[in-house]
Design a protein around this ligand. Sequence first.
Ligand code: 5GP
Length: 134
Amino acid sequence: MPSIFTRIIQGEIPCHKVAETEDCLAFLDINPIARGHTLVVPKQEIDAFFDLDDGTMASLMIFAKRVAGALDRCIKCKRVGVMVIGTEVPHAHVHLIPFLQERQVSVTAPKLKIAPDEMAEIAASIRAEWDAGS
Ligand code: 5GP
């Protein structure tokens, strides 16, 4: 059975997309711990992050770097934090978390309640930065 992220990549399940290349997709986390919390995923479905082959890992991280640049330019933050967990969704992914305070970058950080309209606005502003930079 395809992962939830494969179903998002295939357009079966909606997402707030922020950036896309031939190999990778970035979209807002449905339960964000920070404004602009973004998931960066390879289109190839591989469960564990460190099982990605070198080429896929390289293109994912270069994509993540470019997405982080777009986040940094449009979300007020101290830095863009990076987390790899992967215990909930068995499809390799990187969390990009624009944070103001270090404690936000934690698996135990409280989830934010952001209305769907606001999620759509956040995604559109990141997408505009992505489009301007590519
Ligand atoms: P992890 O596997 O790294 O522990 O966590 C998976 C992340 O994916 C969680 O932060 C969760 O909120 C997010 N997530 C799970 N299902 C969906 C979904 O259907 N759409 C989106 N946008 N994010 C999801």
